[in-house]
Design a protein around this ligand. Structure first.
Ligand code: NAD
Ligand code: TYD
Length: 384
């Protein structure tokens, strides 16, 4: 079999980005995909229901921490690449319960790296030289930026602030070490906040859409002036495909959407769009539902990605602007209310209670302290 026709092994392919990636991969590349996913609360096989009769797609329910299982999959499928998405991914959950983040994000990545190392050592010829381990990571490993500070580039020192970010930073360091020490051919992508179809409605955008449609309060943390660089998920998936094809082994590529927006700007843009797309809504104007609530502890003030390296070396650029991506996203949620109903059942309600019960409504002023703490951290970085 030609190496380019071999399967890829995707981890976490039933989650938000992973399922968009698997769908895009099979629609464009068409070569087989084996998806190893534990199907936690965030993994939803329904995202990939359209692949039910596609012989090129295999779902294996299992844990990336299970070395025996990973070894068996590598022996059985001999993938040409591992694309590693599987993670605990929600900052708020990491604050309320960090242990699972350390287990999956750090230990799970270690298990995959060790299995990949052994597998790679057993390969020969083109199969060996073409093998890649692509680790999907986040811009949150770089910490927080002041409003006028330059965007994160690939050499920005790591300064993770949340348990989630720390666990991803640790996994990035493991990947680096496995390349440097053992010669495992790895690639790392660090991307900004994704949005789009199939995102679990505990993250900002889908949470706000689903709440607005039900006339529930739209809980904005702190003063709502935290800035994120929004990346449409299909653009992120095309970036990963491009890095897999053309990335230089051992390199990191930052992936961003060139769309810096404050959380309040995002929520207001969403509300205006809902006013337009659901004109008969009894909850319009939806902006009246915006409610300032107690801030997230340690809330990073600003993330922004400098994506010049991936553009210059690989020729990748995002296709969607925030306006076009937001419209596609909202239209998807409006057209897929059954998907939303299905994922917002019992366990989801318990999470909402756990995360929001203690966040009494505020006037948005409580963020002054958080802003001061962020400014101190930024100043400390400058002084190093
Ligand atoms: P997600 O939470 O939606 O999905 C995670 C998937 O991993 C789920 O399908 C889950 O079942 C699976 N999983 C969790 N633990 C597992 C384990 N031990 N073994 C096997 N599978 C397991 O996450 P996402 O938003 O799709 O993020 C995917 C990757 O991208 C993550 O590594 C995340 O850190 C990174 N990332 C996400 C964003 C974002 O905005 N969503 C931004 C930057 C980086
Ligand atoms: P989130 O989607 O959790 O991503 P991340 O923390 O990885 O950036 O949150 C995006 C931003 O939205 C972040 O600044 C926190 C904020 N936020 C709210 O203001 N209210 C909410 O209910 C949620 C979930 C997030």
């Amino acid at each position: 079999m030609q190496n380019s026709q071999r399967p890829i092994l995707v981890t976490g392919g039933a989650g938000f980005i992973g399922s968009n990636f698997v769908l895009q991969w099979l629609a464009t590349e068409g070569t087989p995909v084996v998806n190893l996913d534990k199907l936690t609360y965030a993994g939803n096989p329904n995202n990939l229901a359209s692949l039910a009769s596609n012989n090129a797609y295999t779902l294996v329910q299992g844990d990336i921490c299970d070395r025996g299982l990973v070894d068996r999959l590598l022996r059985q499928h001999r993938p040409r690449a591992i694309v590693h998405f599987a993670a605990e991914s929600h900052v708020d959950r990491s604050i309320l319960g960090p242990e699972e983040f350390l287990r999956t994000n750090i230990h799970g990545t270690f298990v995959l790296l060790e299995a990949a190392r052994q597998h790679h050592a057993s390969l020969e010829g083109e199969e060996r030289s073409g093998f890649r381990f692509l680790h999907v990571s986040t811009d949150e490993v770089y910490g927080t930026l002041a409003p006028d500070e330059a965007a994160f580039h690939e050499d920005t020192p790591y300064a993770p602030n949340s348990p989630y970010a720390a666990s991803k930073a640790a996994s990035d360091h493991l990947v680096r070490a496995w390349t440097h020490t053992y010669g495992l051919p790895t690639l790392v992508t660090n991307c900004s906040n994704n949005y789009g179809p199939y995102q679990f409605p505990e993250k900002l955008l889908p949470l706000m859409v689903t709440h607005a449609l039900q006339g529930k309060p739209l809980p904005v943390y702190g003063d709502g002036q935290q800035v994120r660089d929004w990346l449409y998920v299909a653009d992120h998936c095309s970036a990963i495909r491009a890095v897999l094809e053309k990335g230089r082994v051992g390199e990191t590529y930052n992936v961003g959407g060139n769309n810096q927006r404050s959380n309040l700007e995002v929520v207001h843009a969403l509300c205006s769009l809902l006013d337009e797309l659901v004109p008969a809504s009894q909850f319009a104007p939806h902006a009246s539902l915006v409610t300032m609530v107690k801030d997230r502890p340690g809330h990073d003030r600003r993330y922004a990605i400098d994506a010049r390296k991936i553009e210059a070396e690989i020729g990748w650029q995002p296709e969607e602007s925030f306006e076009t991506g937001l419209r596609k996203t909202v239209e998807w949620y409006l057209a897929n209310s059954a998907w939303v109903d299905n994922v917002t059942s019992g366990a989801y309600q318990q999470w909402m209670q756990k995360n929001y019960a203690g966040r009494a409504e505020t006037n948005g002023a409580s963020s002054a302290e958080a802003a001061a703490a962020n400014a101190a951290q930024t100043a400390a970085r400058g002084a190093k």
